[in-house]
Design a protein around this ligand. Structure first.
Ligand SMILES: C[S@@+](CC[C@H](N)C(=O)[O-])C[C@H]1O[C@@H](n2cnc3c(N)ncnc32)[C@H](O)[C@@H]1O
Length: 235
């Protein structure tokens, strides 16, 4: 969908719409994230790395890596971390800001890797944007070796009802207003708010992960459930 400010995808998004929308926010993506999350994105990324239990020398794939901000964090473990993304704009921004992070073009629905290539796979704040999240979870299982691990880091549903009300009001009113002052495509952040509200809660996402061929599915809430980390194992 074209707008005077740029592009935003509708909730029944197409891959080219999603890629174009992220091309439009790439230039200021990292900064906007940190501002809109009040700096919480950093601890969320650290928790994702810890949940993956990476060991030096292991191979980990970060799908929907964008500018590589999530991939860079994974490499802190000593594992070999590679990122893949659909948006060339995000990848170019990442190549400029993080030249040492391996990033490549790839679709979560058709990953350019052989079966069982990775010890661990992860997707941060991106499963919600994929046109077919269930198919992406199956594709992630395909490229993971037996015994390998999955961590999905995604916005979720705050568990406390009062906090949930305050948060949803921030999401639908204040977040698009703040995005207007920092982002290169504020309309993309209207989509962000709408897509978070429409996303399944913790238990519903866990069921989807299990149905996609993953075992031992569990989750942990971060920041009261604003974000949830879903872990699973490929048997
Ligand atoms: C909100 S960004 C997240 C970037 C990064 N993982 C982070 O934690 O900040 C979502 C990313 O998912 C990517 N994406 C959406 N659909 C995709 C798909 N089918 N395959 C690969 N990447 C996809 C977008 O291009 C975008 O860069």
């Amino acid at each position: 969908m074209s707008t005077p400010h740029g592009r935003r995808a509708s909730l029944d998004k197409q891959p080219h719409e999603v890629a174009a929308m992220f091309d439009g926010v790439a230039a200021r993506y990292d900064l906007t994230n940190t501002v809109l999350s009040f700096g919480q994105d950093r601890p969320w990324r650290r928790a994702t790395r810890a949940a993956l239990g990476l060991r030096p020398g292991e191979r980990v794939l970060d799908v929907g890596a964008g500018t590589g901000v999530s991939t860079e964090e994974l490499a802190q473990s000593g594992a070999y971390a590679v990122g893949a993304d659909l948006s060339l704009g995000m990848l170019y921004a990442g190549k400029r800001s993080r030249p040492s992070v391996p990033l490549l073009a790839g679709d979560a629905l058709r990953l350019p890797f052989a079966d069982g290539s990775f010890d661990a796979v992860t997707i941060s704040f991106a499963l919600r944007n994929v046109t077919d999240p269930e198919a992406a979870l199956r594709e992630l299982a395909r490229v993971t070796r037996p015994g390998g691990r999955l961590v999905v880091c995604e916005f979720s549903t705050p568990v406390n009802p009062a906090f949930r009300t305050v948060y949803l009001s921030y999401l639908m009113r204040s977040l698009p207003a703040v995005a207007r002052t920092v982002s290169s495509n504020p309309d993309a952040y209207v989509y962000l708010a709408e897509s978070i509200r429409a996303w399944p809660d913790q238990a519903a996402l866990a069921a989807k992960v299990g149905a996609a061929g993953w075992q031992k599915v569990a989750w942990r809430n971060l920041t009261g459930g604003i974000v949830a980390l879903h872990r699973a194992v490929r048997e």
